[in-house]
Design a protein around this ligand. Structure first.
Ligand SMILES: Nc1ncnc2c1ncn2[C@@H]1O[C@H](COP(=O)(O)OP(=O)(O)OP(=O)(O)O)[C@@H](O)[C@H]1O
Ligand SMILES: [Mg+2]
Length: 279
């Protein structure tokens, strides 16, 4: 079932809440993009994405990204508040899980927008300290776990035994890891594993995030690290996003004197990586 809320199409098919006495309570709408629904095709936004920050087109794009999850949150919390007592615990749990995932999505979007503004204004400052990448990835993994679980995806993290501590900003590198893992989840396809491998290569420590999605779009990886670039091709139809994630990854890594890249993965999929210099 597809409903139209203030011009944005939503799928109302995900959760039909039924009380123990078989009364239909309501539907929990989620953006169609979450469901890979054909109706999720949106008008091209390339022009909006090419413009500078703060342009009406960008504000429009961001408002669209925010409206769906916020509408879903408003409706589902209202539902819970009104009907919580008559709901089966499992139904309430499902709704709370969906609410949590939407809140995580919004948190990530706002973090990226704030970080992009900081980078654009030359205000990116690092607060460096000794950092264990294994701990950082464990923390990021626990934050993204509900989003991966929704798609039946598993995060496999392998950290080489000789990887030393790095001298880095943990909060900023957390944003890097989050963006790479969420991209891998978004493109990787349901039920597929996401592999994160950390190892040393000469004077560098490398973190690589690999998925089994469609691989890199035509044109290669480097242009994807530019702000507001979103390539077309397999896996992108109806996908949420503004095109900021990889540009933030690059800016943060380069502020650490590091480098970034991406390539197709043997056997299918993409691998995006960052390298940080060892002191
Ligand atoms: N794992 C991947 N597999 C295939 N293509 C990818 C992958 N990660 C990124 N891309 C391509 O690079 C583009 C830019 O990625 P980026 O993370 O900057 O933006 P986004 O994910 O589209 O939006 P945002 O990160 O702002 O939510 C994507 O739109 C997609 O075309
Ligand atoms: Mg992204």
């Amino acid at each position: 079932m597809v409903v139209n809320l203030d011009g944005r199409e939503m799928a109302a098919a995900l959760l039909s809440i039924r009380t123990p006495d078989s009364r239909d309570l309501a539907l929990l709408p989620l953006p169609l993009a979450d469901l890979g629904h054909a109706a999720a095709r949106r008008p091209p936004r390339a022009a909006a994405q090419r413009r500078g920050d703060g342009s009406p087109a960008l504000v429009d794009t961001v408002a669209h990204e925010i409206r769906g999850p916020v509408t879903a949150l408003a409706m589902s919390t209202e539902l819970l508040a009104d009907d919580y007592e008559s709901m089966a615990p499992e139904q309430a749990r499902l709704m709370l899980g969906a609410i949590h995932r939407r809140a995580l999505y919004l948190q990530e979007l706002v973090d990226n927008l704030l970080c992009a503004a900081t980078i654009r204004d030359g205000r990116l400052k690092l607060h460096r300290g000794p950092l264990a990448l294994a701990d950082l990835l464990a923390d990021t993994g626990s934050v993204v776990a509900p989003l991966l679980a929704e798609k039946g995806q598993r995060l496999r993290v392998r950290v080489g035994t000789r990887v030393p501590l790095v001298h880095a900003d943990g909060r900023r590198l957390g944003q890097v890891a989050m963006n790479l893992i969420l991209n891998a989840s978004s493109f990787g396809g349901p039920g597929r594993a996401i592999d994160v491998v950390v190892g040393c290569r000469g004077r560098w420590v490398r973190v690589a995030v690999a998925d089994r999605g469609p691989g890199l779009p035509a044109g290669g990886a480097q242009r994807l690290f530019e702000p507001y670039v979103r390539a077309g091709g397999a896996g992108t139809v109806g996908r949420e996003g503004v095109g900021l994630g990889l540009s933030i990854v690059r800016a943060i890594v380069e502020a650490h004197s590091g480098r970034v890249g991406g390539q197709d993965r043997k056997g299918g999929g993409a691998r995006f990586w960052i390298e940080l210099p060892l002191d």
